[in-house]
Each structure stands twice: as structure tokens, then as C-alpha cells.
Design a protein around this ligand. Structure first.
Ligand SMILES: Cc1cc2nc3c(=O)[nH]c(=O)nc-3n(C[C@H](O)[C@H](O)[C@H](O)COP(=O)(O)OP(=O)(O)OC[C@H]3O[C@@H](n4cnc5c(N)ncnc54)[C@H](O)[C@@H]3O)c2cc1C
Length: 449
């Protein structure tokens, strides 16, 4: 990197304005740390946000949160309101509502022995994964499908979902709050835009359309090489992740095709529901088949409301994901239209009149999704070997705080990403303060001499 007299200096620089970077940047700036936040795209939010396709706005990925996010944003002073919708799943033709409706509660109440066996199985030390649990302790088809929802939510085979990681999802230590679904009123883009505004109101500097090409240490500072010039920073945060340090035996989870529908305003989504999932019976085996690279004929999928504020009378939109067989990166036009037709046909049964109300539809296979957004539709970017311990956020060798789901608090979800940003900022503020007081002590000592 070339030396420049005009190189601007910051106390902290955060690469990437996704949820983890935005959280870190606000938390730093709130503590008076002069922070630069750079984002390669023209919008903030990363996997969380909206985009426009042929005149319609759609949610591109992350959409459903835990109540922990709501608490964190409140503590950071981000002004966003939330609602607490329910989720609905069709396991074959059987309907499950979460939180449980009376009908769903009854479906469990009539299976006391099967439920008891499953709970006892989950406590056995030999049962490490959802796959172990299903194979050893759950034969009831309804319960098997219900348990498979947990694997489906992270797009993995049940054999790749550790029970320990599910316990962490609801652990008080992390306080993710996924037992209470939370979605921002106005949609995910509104939420991340409010986060960016809060950062700027606090005095932070946000640069969009700014690609970080690399960084290196220069004495006590970091030099950051970007498409908009070079910056110098005492502390450096990167949301590009520590994925490169995962064991080579780590695989990814399953990739998904994204589906987008714009619907006539005369059609209503089920009242109070945000996410609607449809799985064929035998969902666990279905996920295992996908993991082996087999292409089943009937697809399972979920869709969710965009929750955007559209003008009166304008179509409203839903987005969704269809898990694909391992290794499927592209679907040809015929495959794409048969997936869309299967979804329409299934949703017609869940939401009568769905097909007739479709004004626009699009399927994006993993390759086109990645080409458009720069990241893959992968809910689980790496499934590490069983005994792999997640890396810490701070790496003393590079002196970089790695944000997001590759390091820090457990979980492959937005709650963990946000918490990684929060904890890294807290750690860095303490480090910067102690460095400042060391420097000022040294300054005083030099002055006294
Ligand atoms: C399809 C999908 C759906 C999901 N749905 C949910 C959900 O409903 N609920 C949930 O809790 N979790 C969900 N997740 C997980 C959730 O989206 C992630 O945990 C979270 O968004 C990660 O945030 P992040 O800031 O760490 O990373 P990202 O969102 O990937 O943000 C990283 C940012 O860094 C920027 N960047 C990268 N490289 C550079 C560079 N060189 N220079 C400048 N900027 C750069 C990127 O453009 C991006 O904006 C989903 C994930 C996927 C893939």
C-alpha cells in the first residue's frame, strides 16, 4: 500500500454493513469511538433487506428474528417497532401453528407416549444430532415431521444438526429469544436503514459502494485499502468472517432456490402469519435425500410476507426458499417453472385463490442469487466436524475482530450475528480505553523526564 498524507484516520473501521457490522458500528460510535463503516453494495443490510425485481420489491433473505434482536436495538437506541407474528407449517396436509393453536396443542396432547419418548431420547448423551434422535426415539410420523422443521429451518440434513446447538438457540446466556418470533414493522430493509441512520446520527461515517480490497498492519494501526481510498484505523472489524480457518472437512449446508411472488391486493395472507412452510410427509428423509444429492420430485418450501409498506391497491409480495439437492447451483427454465408450479399448486390449498392472484413470479437459483447479491443463499455456510469449537471473535494474530456467524457466539442466525457485533464492540472499547490510558501514562512519564 502506498503512503498517503491525506489518509484519513479512525479509531475503528468496520468492513461490511450487514447486521453484525451495523451493530458493531453503532455500539462503537455510541461509546465515542470515531468509527468508519464501509459497505461494498449501495444498500446496507447484507442478507437482511429488500431489492427490486421488475418493478416489485422483495425481501432478499433474513426476515424472521428472535426477541433478543428487539432488545439489542432498543439498547442501541435504534427506533424500530416490531410485531410478533406466528408461523404455520403444513406437514403433508396436517397443519401446525407456532406458537401452538388449540388444534396444534391437541396434536401433541394425543401423543403423550411418543412425545415422552422423544424428550427422554433427547436427554441421552449418545444422542448428539437430530438424526440420532429421529432414528432412535421417534417413530410417530407427525412428530418426525415436526422435529424435521428444526433441520429445515437451517437448511441441513438432520444428521448435521447438533442438539447442543439447538439448546444454545434457547439458552438464557445468549438471550436470542427465538421462542418469540419477531419481525420489524415496515420490513427488514426499514430496520437496517434505521440502524444506519442511528449510526450516522451518533457521528459515525458510512461509505456505501466502497469495496475493501485488503488490509495490513502498519505499526499500531491498520491500513485499509478500499475502492474509495486508503484509511488508517486503530481497531479493525471484518464481517467477511473466519470461514477460511474452518477445517477442510467442513461442508456447507444445503443451498436453496429463492422464489418471489407479487400478488393481487384482493388476496390476503393468513391473518397474523408471517412464515408459511409446506413440507411433504417424511420431511427428515427428504432432507437426507437432498443432502445425498438426490432430486425429489415434490418440493418442500417456505414463503413469508415481505411486510413492506406498499401504496394502496398495489400488489404485495412474498419471498421464499426451496432447499435443493446438494450440488445444484443452476436450474434450467423447465425445472424452474415446474418448481414454481408445484409451489403455486400447494399454496392454492393453503391460501385459496393463490394462483389466480399471482401477478408476477420469479425463481432465482443459487448461481443467479449469488451473481445478483454477492453472497450465496446458504443458511449454514459451514457445518464443521462435531468436535470443532467455534473460533473467538478477536484474533490476536491479525488483531482483527471477525464479525458474523463464523466466529463468536453460537448460531447461524441473525441473533448470533448481531450479538457478535455487540460483544466485539464491547471488547474493543475496553481495549482501546486501556491502550489510551497506557499511552497517556507513558506521555506523562516522558513529559516528567
Ligand atoms: C437465505 C437466508 C435466509 C436467512 N433467514 C434468516 C432468518 O429469517 N432469521 C435469522 O435469524 N437468520 C436468517 N439467516 C441468517 C442471517 O441472514 C445471517 O446470520 C445474518 O444476516 C448475517 O449478518 P452479517 O452481518 O454477519 O453478514 P452479511 O449479511 O453477509 O453482511 C456482510 C456485509 O459485508 C459486506 N461486505 C462483504 N465483503 C465486503 C468487502 N470486501 N468490502 C465491503 N463490504 C463487504 C457485504 O456486502 C454485506 O453487506 C438467513 C440466511 C440466509 C442465507
Amino acid at each position: 500500500m502506498s503512503a498517503s498524507l491525506e489518509r484519513r484516520r479512525f479509531d475503528a473501521t468496520v468492513i461490511g454493513a450487514g447486521l453484525s457490522g451495523l451493530t458493531a458500528a453503532i455500539a462503537l460510535q455510541k461509546e465515542g469511538v470515531k468509527t468508519l463503516l464501509i459497505e461494498r453494495r449501495s444498500t446496507v443490510g447484507g442478507l437482511c433487506g429488500t431489492f427490486e425485481l421488475d418493478g416489485h420489491r422483495f425481501v432478499l433473505g433474513c426476515n424472521d428474528f428472535g426477541a433478543g434482536l428487539e432488545r439489542t436495538l432498543q439498547a442501541l437506541g435504534v427506533d424500530v417497532e416490531f410485531m410478533h407474528p406466528s408461523a404455520r407449517f403444513y406437514l403433508g396436509d396436517e397443519r401446525v401453528d407456532l406458537p401452538p393453536s388449540a388444534k396444534t396443542a391437541l396434536a401433541f396432547a394425543v401423543r403423550p407416549l411418543a412425545v415422552g419418548r422423544a424428550l427422554a431420547g433427547a436427554k441421552r448423551s449418545s444422542v448428539r444430532t437430530l438424526g440420532d434422535l429421529l432414528d432412535g426415539s421417534v417413530s410417530d410420523p407427525f412428530l418426525r415431521d415436526f422435529i424435521a422443521i428444526l433441520a429445515w429451518a437451517v437448511l441441513r440434513s438432520p444428521d448435521d444438526v447438533e442438539l447442543a446447538s439447538l439448546r444454545e438457540l434457547f439458552d438464557k446466556q445468549w438471550n436470542y429469544g427465538y421462542d418469540r418470533a419477531t419481525t420489524p414493522i415496515g420490513g427488514p430493509q426499514h430496520m437496517v436503514d434505521r440502524m444506519a441512520s442511528r449510526f450516522v446520527e451518533l457521528g459515525g461515517e458510512l461509505l456505501v459502494d466502497c469495496v475493501c480490497h485488503g488490509h495490513e498492519r502498519a505499526g499500531p494501526a491498520h491500513l485499509i485499502d478500499t475502492s474509495l481510498g486508503e484509511f488508517e484505523s486503530a481497531a479493525l472489524f471484518s464481517s467477511r468472517g473466519r470461514w477460511h480457518e474452518y477445517p477442510s472437512s467442513s461442508r456447507s449446508g444445503l443451498e436453496a432456490a429463492a422464489v418471489f411472488f407479487a400478488l393481487d391486493p384482493s388476496l390476503a395472507f393468513p391473518e397474523g402469519v408471517h412464515t408459511l412452510g409446506c413440507m411433504k410427509r417424511g420431511a427428515a428423509d427428504h432432507l437426507r435425500a437432498l443432502d445425498r444429492g438426490e432430486r425429489p420430485s415434490v418440493c418442500s418450501f417456505h414463503v413469508f410476507r415481505s411486510d413492506l409498506r406498499e401504496p394502496e391497491g398495489a400488489p404485495w409480495t412474498i419471498s421464499g426458499f426451496v432447499p435443493l439437492a446438494r450440488g445444484t447451483r443452476q436450474l434450467d427454465a423447465l425445472e424452474a417453472s415446474s418448481v414454481l408450479a408445484a409451489i403455486r399448486e400447494r399454496l392454492d390449498r393453503a391460501i385459496p385463490g393463490f394462483s389466480r392472484a399471482v401477478r408476477y413470479e420469479k425463481l432465482m437459483d443459487p448461481a443467479s442469487y449469488e451473481a445478483r447479491f454477492g453472497f450465496a443463499p446458504l443458511a449454514s455456510p459451514r457445518v464443521p466436524p462435531r468436535d470443532f469449537r467455534r473460533l473467538p471473535t478477536y484474533d490476536p494474530a491479525s488483531d482483527v475482530y471477525w464479525l458474523g456467524n463464523s466466529a463468536g457466539p453460537p448460531g447461524d442466525h441473525a441473533g448470533a450475528a448481531v450479538l457478535s457485533g455487540w460483544l466485539a464492540a464491547r471488547d474493543a472499547v475496553a481495549r482501546l480505553r486501556s491502550k489510551r490510558s497506557d499511552d497517556s501514562r507513558m506521555g506523562e512519564a516522558t513529559h516528567a523526564h
